[in-house]
Design a protein around this ligand. Structure first.
Ligand code: UD1
Length: 407
């Protein structure tokens, strides 16, 4: 593959910032919002609660939450996506009560919401989980300190949302430091809350009941960028990924460099080239700024044809290995043991019918399919569509032959 490619706005940031926008009985305008299925799902959830939302130009979302009065989020929509739990933090802050189905989403681990619940309780909410719903009630939330049992992106964002209308300082300790947390914090500050420390492990939120709408541009999607950087290296291509924030993909760039790809910063982005053979690497996933779990499957696909033995240790999600059986169908030699996958590079993958079992597993199969001899047919495309906007157009523009086949 060769050419240049522009990264879309961050899906995970958008989900949080859209939920944050609904905290104010006002109108917000968000730019650089990707047109992917998870974004559509959160918008449908907010519409079901009474908000209005529409795309008025590519990437430009106008959201008006003045009429958001319902506190019961619909099961059919929430079960599709784990981030629907953000609606609970938003509703608690906005209406003092929330009834949100326990979320579904990617099948990459047990992914409970116990940290979210304990955090809401620390803020003074009464929470029960009953009949598949999280029901929370708190006429008056109170500022407090909450120590997150482990660094959790979702918990940190949800508690920032819940705290954003509480006067006084809520302190979140052991907070996640991911760029999406920072993006949400910046947006909340623009809405009128005072958020300090985002990007460190202690975040202080001084809320205000007078939150207002704001205009904001979502950061670029570091996971989408990373997926294409990996795809470029995997196909021994020469691709310039534009509009990404290079610091957000430092851990990946370091690993690609270690594997022998040439990674060069350019004024408009990052260029990746891989001419000769690549070398095996060992990777541990970790919270930001470590190697992201959301790029683990794609990297595994690349390593499956790198001569020698590579390992990836998954430290965030216990069931992230759903892609392994699919890669094996294409001839990869991957063995899982506990939290580790060992990949012994084969000389080539062969195209096969495979299944995208979750978003990033699907992205890994795209990377594998681009490397494989012959045609790869990926089913359950809806999983890839949850997180990637215009995937086939973007890859097509770089020279890959990718086609969406109906039925
Ligand atoms: C978010 C991202 C996801 C990414 C992940 C880790 C969104 C919408 N999703 O997911 O793409 O892979 O961060 O970077 O932004 N945990 C609990 N109890 C809780 C909450 C989390 O045990 O109440 C555990 C999880 O099972 C996991 C770990 O904590 O093992 C970290 O999860 P977390 O950071 O919360 O991930 P998500 O916010 O779900």
């Amino acid at each position: 593959m060769s050419g240049r490619l522009r990264v879309a706005g961050a899906k995970n940031s958008s989900l949080a910032v859209i939920a944050a926008a609904a905290l104010a009985a006002d109108r917000s305008v968000l730019e650089n919002v990707p047109l992917c299925r998870d974004v559509m799902t959160i918008l449908d959830i907010l519409r079901a609660l009474g908000a209005q939302a529409e795309f008025t130009a590519p990437g430009r979302l106008e959201l008006d939450a003045r009429d958001l009065t319902d506190h019961v989020a619909p099961y059919e929509l929430c079960r599709q996506m784990r981030a629907s739990i953000y609606v609970a933090g938003m509703l608690l802050a906005r209406l003092g009560r929330a009834q949100v189905p326990l979320p579904g989403g990617c099948v990459i681990g047990s992914r409970p919401v116990d940290f979210h619940i304990r955090g809401f309780e620390a803020l003074g909410a009464q929470v029960v989980t009953q009949h598949g719903f999280l029901k929370a009630h708190a006429p008056h939330l109170t500022a407090t300190s909450y120590y997150e049992p482990r660094s959790s992106v979702g918990t940190t964002i949800n508690l920032m949302l819940a705290a954003s209308r509480i006067p006084g300082a809520t302190v979140l300790q052991n907070a996640a430091r991911e760029p999406e947390v920072v993006d949400t914090a910046v947006f909340l500050s623009m809405m009128g809350a005072r958020v300090r420390g985002a990007g460190t492990s202690t975040i202080t939120v001084e809320g205000t009941p007078d939150l207002r709408g704001a205009a904001y541009t979502i950061i670029p999607d570091r996971i989408e960028a990373g997926t294409y950087l990996i795809a470029a290296a995997a196909t021994h291509g020469d691709v310039l990924i534009e509009d990404l924030i290079p610091e957000h993909v430092t851990a990946l760039l370091a690993k690609l460099g270690e594997a022998g790809a040439v990674v060069e910063p350019e004024p408009t982005g990052v260029r990746v080239r891989a001419e000769g053979g690549l070398r095996p690497v060992d990777v541990d996933t970790a919270p930001y700024p470590g190697f992201p779990t959301d790029l683990h499957p794609q990297l595994a696909a690349l390593l499956s044809v790198v001569s020698g033995r590579s390992t990836i240790r998954e430290t965030i999600f216990e069931r992230r290995f759903g892609y392994v059986d699919e890669l094996r169908r294409m001839g990869a030699e991957c063995r899982t043991e506990g939290d580790m996958v060992t990949i012994t590079g084969v000389s080539y993958l062969s195209g096969a019918p495979v299944e995208a079992v979750d978003i990033r597993a699907g992205a890994a199969l795209v990377v594998a399919g681009l490397q494989a001899r012959g045609e790869t047919q990926i089913s359950r495309l809806e999983n890839i569509d949850r997180g990637y906007e215009g995937l086939e157009e973007k890859l097509g523009a770089l020279g890959a032959r990718v086609q969406r086949v109906s039925g």
